[in-house]
Design a protein around this ligand. Structure first.
Ligand SMILES: *[C@@H]1O[C@H](CO)[C@@H](O)[C@H](O)[C@H]1NC(C)=O
Ligand SMILES: *[C@@H]1O[C@H](CO)[C@@H](O)[C@H](O)[C@H]1NC(C)=O
Length: 152
């Protein structure tokens, strides 16, 4: 009986060690969920289907217009090799409060601390009145997204 008492705490410690989250190398990049970027803009990506397609909503914190910001739909594709800790993707945001369109491309990474990060670049196309204004219709930028903590 005395021997059993000694072994139990060791087994408990071993069980706890095994329960620690897997290392970053084993973590997978999952696009589904809510994300916030360096500007404070948020997006929610719904479940990615078997063909790598997804939809969601984008809530921007900034706008190049004077219009009131509204949540806007997004639609995209993820490269199907999503069983890895990185995945390329792209999506289009169809702004609901302006005549503009933004396309994002990016890659999901799991950093050395096991935190997911989306590194993206975007092109924003604004509606311009005439062909002569075409030269100034496109903007380019970079955004980095991290996962928003789940709300209770
Ligand atoms: C993004 O989410 C954060 C945290 O919930 C919130 O404070 C912020 O107002 C949101 N920004 C937008 C543009 O929705
Ligand atoms: C794109 O946005 C416009 C304006 O809100 C809307 O009329 C149209 O249905 C949207 N299309 C898609 C595919 O979301």
């Amino acid at each position: 009986a005395a021997d059993t008492m000694q072994v139990a705490p060791i087994l408990v410690a071993l069980a706890l060690a095994l329960a620690v989250p897997s290392s970053s190398a084993e973590r997978k990049c999952i696009l589904t969920g809510s994300w916030i970027n360096d500007l404070g803009s948020n997006m929610t990506i719904n479940a990615v289907n078997g063909r790598g397609e997804f939809s969601g909503t984008y809530h921007t914190a900034v706008t190049a217009t004077n219009n009131e910001i509204k949540r806007s739909p997004l639609q995209g594709s993820q490269h199907r090799r999503n069983q890895r800790n990185r995945a390329t993707f792209g999506f289009t945001v169809n702004w609901s409060f302006s005549d503009s369109i933004t396309v994002f491309t990016g890659q999901c990474f799991v950093d050395k601390d096991g935190k997911e990060v989306l590194k993206t670049m975007w092109l924003l196309r604004q509606d311009v009145d005439s062909l002569a204004d075409d030269w100034k219709a496109t903007r380019v930028g970079i955004n980095v997204f991290t996962r928003l903590p789940r709300r209770e």
